[in-house]
Structure formats: C-alpha cells, structure tokens
Design a protein around this ligand. Structure first.
Ligand code: UD1
Length: 345
C-alpha cells in the first residue's frame, strides 16, 4: 500500500519512511529538500535494504504534485512538509503563511479529486500556548499562538478539520507532537539543523563535539523544581511509529477525525537533559545560565492517555536512549557533507 510522505526526507519524515517500510507500506516521498538533503534518501535505503521512490518537488506545485498523485495513486498521506523554526517565523512570517498554510490549501485542492483513505497531519503542542495545567490533554483550550509558526499549526488543524468533515470516506488524524529528539539507532538518519540550532538537543550535541563553545540554559528562575523549563522529550522513532499506528487506524475507521498528543507523558527539565547527556556521552558539557528566552513556556508535558487507548501505542525509548542516539548521530555527521552545515556561523 502506497503512502505519500510530504517532507519525507526531513527529521520526522525520514524516520517515518523507515517505520512504514518495516510495517509493510510503501512510502512515496515528496520533498523539495529546502531543509533536508538527498543523502537522507540513500541512508533510508541503507537501513531498509531496498530502493524507495522519491520526488524533488514542492508541495505547493499543483501541477507536479497532481502528476505524482495520479501516477502513484497512494491510499494514505502523511503531511510533514512545513517550516518549523519558531524564531524564524517571527522574523519572516510570510514564509510560514506561504509554506505551512497556502501550500497546505493548494495540496488539499489536489487531493480533493483523489481518494485518500487516511490522512495524518504533523501538528504540535505549540497549539496549546501556555497551558492552564499540565499534563495537558487534547481537550485543553487552544490559546492565542505565541508565534506565526504556532499560528500556522492552529490554522492548519482547523483547515483540515473543515476539509475532512466533507469527505465522508476519509479519516483524519492530527498528531500534536511534544519535543521530538533522538535519531535512528543505526546512526544513519537524524536531525540536520540549519545554521545555529535553536533547539536544545542539537545545541547540546554540537557543543559537545566542539562546533559550539558553550550551551546557554535559558533561565534558572522558573517555578519548577530546578528552576529550568520542563518539556516532554519524545524519541523520533517512537514518534514515527505513532504515525504508522495512526495511519493504520485511519484506514480501518473511515470517516473519523481524531486529535492526539504524542508524548511520553513525562516532563524533563533542561538540567535533566544535560545530566542524561553527560551520563551517556561520558563527558562534561560546557554550559552556563543566561536570561529566559522570550516566548518560552515554563512547563508543558503531555497527557498521553488518549493515544495509548486509541492506537495501542506507547513510547519505548528513555530520555537516555534519546540522547545516546542523538550523540551517535552527531558523531556520524562528521562523515556526511551537507549543505545546511555551510550556513553555520
Ligand atoms: C518549540 C515548540 C515545539 C516546536 C519547536 C520547534 C512549544 C512548547 N514547543 O519547542 O512545538 O516543535 O519549538 O522548534 O512551543 N533551551 C536552552 N538553551 C538552548 C536551547 C533551548 O536552555 O540553547 C531550552 C528552552 O528554553 C526550552 C527547552 O530548552 O526550555 C527546549 O527548547 P527547544 O528545543 O527550542 O524546544 P521548544 O521551544 O520547547
């Protein structure tokens, strides 16, 4: 069964391509490689031991994407293709509205004429803003978005809800990811940050390998046990498996719309992450404290009861596993030449 993966060469997309193949599906990757690299496709092939189909195309290009859909005739879609840097979205909001909203609309206009039985959308816990309480449930109220990026996820969810209400034989699953980290245990695929990473774990591994001098922990006076922010860090392979389960459930239960948190259900502070990293890498990390980062939510982690019940899914990897795999990936990256590396400071 063919499944179209938009943004399938990206961090979560590439791991989902592997998980799909392991579960008997055939991924068809469409990616414009704006934030990813062609060598990722080769490395997916090394992991699964077979060739995979991929197209270098932007999801907003109606003509090209329509031809791909007509040729491949997928039964399902997992839609990852989007920009995701919170800071960049504040500086360049139109890039985000163009790619994450307009290109989504263009894409839906095309799939309207093709029978897609199960559609999975890459959403984010960012839709909750600052939650009233943690762990946060899917029924929590949606607060005004902090950033244009966050707003595009809220709007994307709404557009898809409205669109799929009028498609009776298709199902929609909106997956709200918490903080995806880690890398494939093979060390062949992982996150490829562009320029200076804004996310915690790539910043940690780049500091440990010497690409960055020092990690700054943003804030030490939050109302949390150790004063640093709390997040729900989820291994990218667990997240990829959640996509496969969501897709499969959607194929069985046509005409359903579901919104599910994907997280471990456990919170970890920035200092917990540093401690776990130092343990698995057996080295001390050069870090210090700085001021709070604007827009950071003090504490957010998931209530994952719904996804456990609906998809019979659970996170298998620990925080230490995540950091061990991220660290292996960082070390392996020295072997790969990639264009985004050149954009570093
Ligand atoms: C946010 C979004 C998430 C989105 C992601 C994309 C929320 C709650 N989460 O994640 O949905 O997918 O952006 O980029 O809106 N930190 C440091 N020093 C650093 C980097 C980070 O101390 O150099 C801290 C941050 O202050 C935060 C934690 O590490 O407390 C995690 O930060 P980060 O990895 O950037 O993810 P979020 O901002 O939580």
């Amino acid at each position: 069964m063919k499944i179209l993966l938009t943004g399938g060469a990206g961090f979560i997309g590439s791991h989902t391509a592997v998980a799909l193949i392991e579960n008997g599906f055939e991924p068809i990757i469409v990616d414009d490689f704006r934030n990813s690299e062609p060598f990722v496709i080769e490395n997916i092939e090394k992991i699964v031991g077979k060739k995979i189909t991929s197209y270098a195309s932007n999801i907003g290009n109606k003509k090209e994407v329509k031809e791909i859909l007509q040729k491949e005739n997928p039964i399902g879609v997992i839609h990852f293709a989007a920009d995701k840097a919170v800071n960049e979205s504040v500086v360049n909001p139109m890039k985000y509205y163009q790619n994450n909203v307009l290109n989504l609309i263009n894409f839906l206009e095309i799939i309207d004429s093709i029978k897609i039985e199960s559609f999975v959308f890459s959403s984010s816990c960012t839709v909750y803003g600052v939650p009233d309480k943690t762990p946060v449930k899917e029924t929590a109220s949606i607060k005004p978005a902090f950033s244009p990026y966050g707003y595009t996820k809220q709007v994307g969810e709404r557009i898809l809800n409205d669109f799929f209400k009028s498609l009776p034989s298709s199902s929609l699953t909106l997956l709200r990811y918490f903080n995806p980290i880690g890398a494939h245990p093979s060390g062949l695929i992982g996150e490829l940050p562009i320029g200076v990473p804004s996310n915690l774990v790539p910043y940690i591994t780049q500091t440990a390998i010497g690409k960055r001098k020092k990690l700054t922990v943003f804030g030490k006076d939050y109302d949390t046990p150790d004063g640093t922010c709390i997040r729900d860090y989820i291994h990218v392979v667990d997240l990829a498996n959640a996509h496969v389960s969501a897709l499969e459930k959607g194929l069985k239960s046509k005409d359903s719309i579901k919104t599910l948190n994907v997280g471990t259900g456990k919170g970890a502070s920035v200092l917990d992450v540093i401690t776990a990293f130092e343990k698995v890498s057996k080295q001390e990390l050069n870090y210090g404290f700085g001021p709070r980062r604007a827009g950071d939510v003090p504490k957010i982690y998931s209530d994952n009861t719904l996804i456990k019940n609906e998809l019979d899914w659970d996170a298998k990897f620990s925080l230490e596993d995540c950091l061990e795999h991220s660290w292996n990936w960082e070390k392996n990256l020295l072997k790969f030449k990639y264009k985004s590396e050149k954009k570093q400071d």
